[in-house]
Design a protein around this ligand. Structure first.
Ligand code: BJW
Ligand code: ZN
Length: 252
């Protein structure tokens, strides 16, 4: 088989001390979690901009909860795929590694990744908008319609970041530090249109990282990356990790 990676990229990866992976919905597509955008994005009926915001929730909490309850059930049924597992292996192979994800599906942790920064929350968690008390996923899914807090009666919401809301400060700061200090940065399966997350790849590149994008489709970032690896994360990431293992074996 012909080598799909350029020698320059393999050299940068082989020498990298700090590797950061940045993922979006595309990495979970092969597990069966629909993406938001892109040609296969199935939320064209429900655009995230229209449902994932506080105004939409206050206007129609039943509809927004219907969307989340459906997605919680889909996510609970799926498994991490070869792309998630390749990133677990990559974390073991490089001296310093961070995984920044925009995904709320928890599949990176379920696969076994250790250093994971979740920028947009986690759909498996829920909290009361009035008093902050958490509610388990099982309890939420057993409640028809809009779940309410057992302490104060307030409305419960999923612990995810909606448009117009701040990203969790700690995760954001760690992500910026990881981006700034990385010498190899992989942007995987994201349309790179949602900010401030989408600023991280170019921040890393501005600070000297080799920036590599993995996506079947071009994005607004593609013209500015060092290498665009066009294809599915579940195919490309395992091949990239095998190539790194080959480099390491050659040095022994
Ligand atoms: C494959 C594949 C395969 C397919 N392998 N790839 C600066 C400029 C402009 C706007 C703003 C700005 N700063 C802030 C904003 C506003 C806003 C924003 O960015 N708007 C833009 C859309 C215009 N940002 C915010 O509001 C953020 N908060 C914020 O900035 O706070 C500060 C502030 C507060 C108040 C006022 C002003 C500022 C919060 C953003 C929260 C985003 N939340 C969501 C929902 C989470 C909960 C939920 O899931 O329900 O996060 S929206 C949704 O988009 C979700 C995702 O994480 C996010 C990104 O999507 P992603 O991951 O890129 O997925 P897709 O579907 O877009 O792309 C999938 C890709 O995969 C495609 O490219 C496919 O080709 C590819 N693919 N199969 C590899 N097998
Ligand atoms: Zn409460």
């Amino acid at each position: 088989m012909t080598q799909p990676f350029s020698p320059a990229v393999l050299e940068r990866l082989g020498n990298a001390q700090r590797v950061t992976a940045f993922t979006g919905a595309g990495i979970s597509a092969e597990s069966g979690v629909p993406t938001f955008r892109g040609t296969d994005g199935i939320w064209s009926k429900f655009r995230p901009e229209e449902l994932a915001n506080m105004n939409a929730f206050m206007r129609n909490p039943e509809l927004v909860w219907e969307w989340y309850a459906h997605r919680k059930r889909v996510i609970a049924e799926v498994q991490p795929n070869a792309g998630h597992h390749a990133l677990v292996r990559l974390e073991q192979l490089v001296p310093q590694f961070a995984l920044i994800t925009q995904n709320i599906d928890n599949l990176h942790r379920r696969a076994g990744s250790v250093t994971v920064y979740e920028l947009h929350g986690n759909i498996e968690r829920n909290y009361c908008m009035a008093c902050g008390r958490t509610m388990s996923n099982e309890e939420v899914l057993a409640t028809p319609g809009v779940p309410h807090c057992s302490s104060c009666g307030g409305m419960v919401r999923p612990d995810v970041v909606w448009f117009g809301e701040m990203l969790p400060e700690d995760e954001w700061e760690k992500s910026v530090r990881a981006a700034e200090s990385s010498d190899f940065f992989l942007s995987i399966g994201t349309s790179a249109v949602v900010y401030p997350a989408a600023s991280l790849p170019l921040l890393a590149r501005d600070q000297g990282a080799c920036l590599v994008e993995v996506n079947p489709e071009r994005t607004p970032m593609t013209d500015n990356v060092d290498e665009f690896l066009q294809g599915q994360a579940g195919t490309i990431l395992p091949a990239l990790v095998r190539a790194l293992e080959g480099i390491r074996a050659g040095r022994d």
